[in-house]
Design a protein around this ligand. Sequence first.
Ligand SMILES: CC(C)(COP(=O)(O)OP(=O)(O)OC[C@H]1O[C@@H](n2cnc3c(N)ncnc32)[C@H](O)[C@@H]1OP(=O)(O)O)[C@@H](O)C(=O)NCCC(=O)NCCS
Length: 205
Amino acid sequence: MFEICPESPADEYEVEALYDLCFAPGRTALSSYRLREGVARVAELCLTLRDGSGILLAAIRFWPVRAAGRRALLLGPIAVHPTAQGEGLGALLMRDSLERARAGGWARVLLVGDAPYYQRFGFRKLEDVEMPPPTNPDRVLGLELRPGAWVGLTGPVTRAEMPAPLAQTPPAPHIRPDQKPHPGESADERKPADGAAPDQRPLGP
Ligand SMILES: CC(C)(COP(=O)(O)OP(=O)(O)OC[C@H]1O[C@@H](n2cnc3c(N)ncnc32)[C@H](O)[C@@H]1OP(=O)(O)O)[C@@H](O)C(=O)NCCC(=O)NCCS
């Protein structure tokens, strides 16, 4: 019996400890962490999975980013406790969180990871989307939650928001009347690059 819940501030220490256990030292030096620093997680998509005794077995987190100028989710880290790996818990968290993301109106997800694992959830290599260096381009994978959401997108992945001390009031969006929305987004998705979606609430105070 397992319980999947949105991560709460009280889970923070345990989740960090699980990630430290499952990843090599220095994980936060990875270039993908530069996209996360100072940016609030997408709280309702960050999930914990506990067993019947309340032991934390797995966790997944998501951050908002901009990919080729469009809103996207950055999936990860996801980790399953070494004693529980290979039992389907990672897949449970992947499917549950992606379903929540789709229901929440997100159009596209990207991650940096092993294609042999993530392709079972529909992730494919993103040929034209660049993560900050150094990132192996073969590990940059994307999933469409809305049909066509990655079609024709070419460009870098950038932070969704500036760090708080540097944050400025975002400029008003300039949308020409003749500017059609991308097939994978709705008109209200065309926010300025630093505009936070309503569902991007910070986890802690
Ligand atoms: C990767 C991870 C999240 C998968 O979760 P899990 O619960 O162990 O995996 P599942 O039970 O859902 O799936 C098991 C299957 O995935 C495969 N798999 C697991 N990790 C894999 C990887 N890195 N590459 C390819 N396949 C992988 C297993 O071989 C197994 O294959 P099978 O179904 O053909 O037998 C987990 O093993 C883990 O925490 N690893 C360490 C941290 C990590 O690498 N996280 C991902 C990077 S963000």
